[in-house]
Ligand binder design. Structure first.
Ligand code: HEM
Length: 318
């Protein structure tokens, strides 16, 4: 139940966040990222129709209630784990991490309206994805018995590397989005300005960088933003290339058929959606779908890692 609620919360949270910063607004990219409350509505002209406003309002209310129930469920999971001590196969570490992330996200909720601070946006996105990944890992280790055995388990380090690459790609996408970078690269491979200038490289990845607003509340675009968006697009090639290579290596393993299929579908789907998103001037629903597929890709790579990890008590492959 917690896993299902987390999936819904992650999707709703992405939709609300992206709608509120004006993703996909008409007059793109001029209308994008107008964060001053007085001008915020201008940035979401796509929601002017009553139905879309209702959807936004409905998403906010649903997010609040579902996240509250999720918080209670995670508290229960944590308390049960505490009572059972280290007897569970995931021990105390995962339930404790789940509880800590939930507390962190609840506190962050108070600050979330401050969308001009990229670290807060990142905390929200990565906190949600971490909850999802950990719950999925815990559920599989406790309930699923789909672990494979034998020599195929020697691929485990490669599966771990796939999970790390997908996670890093999610961090890059989130950082790019939190800094409103996509508007600086309207073409698939073209950006405004000198994106490779040395000061941009250090500025773009400075975790303490702040979004600068002009008097009207619109984001001031600098060349470092283009670098951020392009880094995310180029790293996608590395991630997808690595996954394609891994899938090729594992495709003859009949026991891993569904996992390999899920990895292939999510990875190809994500590239197609990413490229289409740019071609269509970053529509809100498509970028929300991009977020959903990022979550699916994370789940698929964690599933591969789980299946290649021998159950507790069984001998580790050499
Ligand atoms: C392995 C593949 C990929 C993953 C896991 C991934 C993940 C993400 C994530 C998590 C976000 C943040 C969305 C949000 O703000 O909620 C994002 C944003 C974005 N992604 Fe990707 N992505 C991938 C590939 C691509 C590709 C191939 C493209 C296009 C060439 C692309 C274009 C974008 C764009 C335009 C944004 C909006 C953020 C911005 O740059 O301002 N992504 N991605």
């Amino acid at each position: 139940m917690s896993l299902l609620l987390t999936i819904v919360t992650v999707v709703l949270s992405a939709y609300i966040r992206l709608a509120e910063v004006g993703i996909g607004c008409e007059d793109w990219p001029a209308c994008y990222a107008q964060l001053n409350p007085a001008t915020e509505k201008k940035g979401i002209t796509v929601l002017t129709e009553e139905g879309q406003q209702m959807a936004h309002y409905g998403a906010r209310v649903a997010h609040r209630y579902i996240a509250s129930v999720l918080g209670l469920l995670i508290l229960v999971i944590y308390l049960v784990a505490l009572r059972q001590g280290g007897k569970r196969s995931t021990g105390l570490l995962v339930p404790t991490a789940l509880f800590a992330i939930m507390v962190f996200l609840s506190l962050l909720g108070y600050y979330t309206p401050t969308r001009s601070n990229p670290l807060i946006t990142m905390g929200n996105l990565l906190g949600g994805m971490s909850l999802l990944g950990l719950l999925w890992w815990m559920m599989q280790r406790e309930v699923d018995t789909g672990e494979v055995s034998g020599s195929v388990c020697s691929f485990r380090p490669l599966a771990l590397c796939a999970t790390l690459l997908v996670s890093l790609q999610i961090v890059l996408g989130g950082w790019s989005s939190a800094n409103f970078a996509s508007a600086s690269c309207p073409g698939l491979v073209t950006c405004e300005g000198e994106i490779l200038a040395a000061e941009n490289v250090s500025g773009a990845f400075n975790p303490l960088r702040e979004v600068r607003l002009d008097d009207s509340g619109a984001v001031i675009r600098d060349d470092a933003l283009g670098l951020l968006s392009m880094a995310h697009r180029l790293f996608a090639l590395l991630t997808a290339g690595y996954l394609a290579w891994l899938v090729r290596k594992l495709k003859s393993e009949s026991a891993l058929r569904t996992t390999v299929l899920a990895l292939s579908v999510c990875s190809i789907g994500q590239i197609v959606v990413g490229v289409t998103t740019i071609w269509l001037d970053v529509p809100l629903l498509l970028l929300t779908l991009h977020n959903v597929l990022a979550a699916c890709l994370l789940l698929a790579s964690i599933n591969l890692l789980h299946r290649l990890t021998p159950a507790k008590g069984s001998a580790l492959p050499r």
